[in-house]
Structures are given as structure tokens and as C-alpha cells.
Design a protein around this ligand. Structure first.
Ligand code: UTP
Length: 290
């Protein structure tokens, strides 16, 4: 299966300023866990064992978060706080590697930074600001398809027409069962130029030949080295597949998406849901009466 997963986390997070001025966007908590931990748990839940995080300036908190916390663990042991200790140690057995992207030159460039660590293998890429509701089987389905076909697979979502400008959009053939054979991809097209309403979301299974393309790829939209452009070139050379996701995804890199994710995940949290639900109902009643 697929053992390596790459987490690009070197972006500037401008949609979430000022919070992201000196703190990583990936460390924003949804209820009680940072965004990147949701993605890490999704990958380890699918059998990934070697996790490669692409970091940048102001991102050191990510490394600290996944490191052991000796003093904290010791204090919890002494206080007999077993549950908290388990929570803190949960990912201590995972191998993390960190690579610094020297400048935020784009997602394609961030992935190229992982080349020395993943050369030769199929690997997963997870963008942690796209939060997939825990319990969904998106990544495992993608891994199965990619290993069967020995081909790259990207996650797709049907997006509203006015939203196509925010996504990489595919042109492809429906192969049935939510699988598409991709002919071309275009980054953030105007609605009138979009070849479909199938947008790429932040889960990919890639093959190492993507690096050959990324190495020579010129910057595209926004002056950034775009993964979409590299996938477009790849699709001209070999089969590339799309895997349609119909479950719940939150764009937590965006303030509104983040709030939606917070509310929905809090409502699913057994320790919080009753009190939070009561609070929301009271709030809505109050809002509606004004
Ligand atoms: P985004 O465009 O969603 O993230 O990039 P951003 O650039 O951090 O955020 P905004 O748009 O300014 O608010 C998608 C993913 O690619 C990573 C980001 O960290 C995010 O996970 N990325 C982007 C890099 O690692 N390096 C880059 O140069 C650009």
C-alpha cells in the first residue's frame, strides 16, 4: 500500500490574517485539535507511516506539536491523568520528516521539495486546510484506485458554478462509480471557461514522474508553481484519474469554512454536543426574534 504522505504546510495563509501572521494556519484548532492533526490522523488511519511535512517560516509550532512533550507527559503521569496522557502520546510512534520550503513559490514547488524523500514510490498528498469529516473513506478509496491502476488519482468535488474560480477544474470522461479519466486540468478558470464543475480538492495520490514535470514547470496563475499545471501535463502523458467525493469537506483555510467546520465538529463531539447545541438554539432564537 502507500506508506508515504506529504503535507504541504508552507503557504502564507493570507485568507486567515491576522491569525496567521506569526502562527501557522495548520495549527488553528478545530474544537481541540489543530487542522494538520486531522490530516495526519486521516493518513495514518489509511496505513501511511512516513509523514513528510513541508514547512516554512513561522511554522515551527508544527514540529513541536508532533514531537514528544517530555515535561508535559511526566506531569500527566505524576497526576495520574491517563486519558490526557494517551491523547498527548497518540502519535508519538509516527515518523515525521520536515523539509523547509525556502519561499512560498506555490503548491507545485512545495511538493517538489519532497522529492528526495519519496522518489520511486506512489505517495499521498494531503492539504490540511481541506478538512475531511473524520470517518469518511475518501483517502482509502483513492489509495485503492491508485494502487490498482498504478496511476495518479486526485480527489474531486462537484462545485457551484460561481465557485469554479477557486479550484483546479478537470475535463474528463466519466468511467462510472464516481471515477473519471482526466484529459486536462485548468487552474481557477472563469465560470464561462470552466470545462466542468468538477473541482480538485486537497487529496492526491501521485506518482514520482510528477517531479520531472515540476522541475521544469514555469510559474502559472498568481506567479506560483501550480500543481494543477503539472497534473495537466501529466494527464497528456499517462492516465490520471479523478475520484469523486460526495461526503463532507470543510475549507478551513477560509474564515467562513473554518467556522462551519468548528460548529459541525463541536456538534459531533460527545462531550460538547449537548451544551453547545443548547447554546446554538438559544442564540438562533435570539437572532430570529430581532
Ligand atoms: P493555499 O493557497 O490553500 O494556502 O495552498 P495558502 O497559500 O497558505 O493560503 P492563502 O490562500 O494565502 O490563504 C494550498 C496548500 O499548499 C500549501 C499551503 O500551506 C496549503 O496547504 N502551500 C502553498 C505550500 O506549502 N507552499 C506554497 O508555496 C503554497
Amino acid at each position: 500500500m502507500i506508506k508515504k504522505a506529504v503535507f504541504p504546510a508552507a503557504g502564507l495563509g493570507t485568507r486567515f490574517l491576522p491569525a496567521t501572521k506569526a502562527s501557522p494556519k495548520e495549527m488553528l484548532p478545530l474544537v481541540d485539535k489543530p487542522l494538520i492533526q486531522y490530516a495526519v490522523e486521516e493518513a495514518t488511519g489509511c496505513g501511511c507511516e512516513e509523514l513528510i511535512i513541508i514547512t516554512g517560516k513561522q511554522k515551527r509550532a508544527i514540529e513541536d506539536h508532533f514531537d514528544s512533550a517530555f515535561e508535559l507527559e511526566d506531569a500527566l503521569v505524576k497526576k495520574g491523568k491517563k486519558e490526557l496522557l494517551e491523547m498527548v502520546r497518540k502519535l508519538n510512534h509516527i515518523n515525521f520528516a520536515y523539509i523547509r520550503q525556502r519561499a512560498p513559490l506555490g503548491l507545485g514547488h512545495a511538493i517538489l521539495c519532497a522529492k528526495p524523500f519519496v522518489d520511486g514510490d506512489l505517495f499521498a498528498v494531503l492539504l490540511s486546510d481541506d478538512v475531511i469529516s473524520p470517518g469518511e473513506t475518501l483517502l482509502s478509496g483513492m489509495i485503492k484506485l491508485a494502487t490498482e491502476k498504478q496511476a495518479p488519482v486526485v480527489a474531486l468535488e462537484t462545485v457551484d458554478e460561481k465557485e469554479v474560480e477557486k479550484y483546479g477544474i478537470i475535463k474528463g470522461e466519466d468511467e462510472g462509480g464516481g471515477i473519471y479519466r482526466i484529459n486536462a486540468l485548468v487552474e481557477k478558470p472563469k465560470p464561462k471557461d470552466a470545462p466542468s464543475r468538477l473541482g480538485v480538492i486537497g487529496r492526491y495520490i501521485l506518482t514520482p514522474d510528477i517531479f520531472d514535470i515540476l522541475e521544469t514547470l514555469a510559474p502559472g496563475k498568481g506567479g506560483e508553481v501550480q500543481l494543477t499545471d503539472a497534473l495537466n501535463q501529466l494527464a497528456a502523458k499517462r492516465p490520471v484519474y479523478g475520484y469523486l467525493f460526495k461526503g463532507k469537506r470543510y475549507d478551513a483555510g477560509d474564515k467562513l469554512g473554518f467556522l462551519e467546520a468548528t460548529v459541525e465538529l463541536a456538534l459531533k463531539d460527545s462531550a460538547l454536543s449537548a451544551g453547545f447545541r443548547e447554546f446554538l438554539i438559544g442564540l438562533m432564537k435570539n437572532e430570529l426574534s430581532h
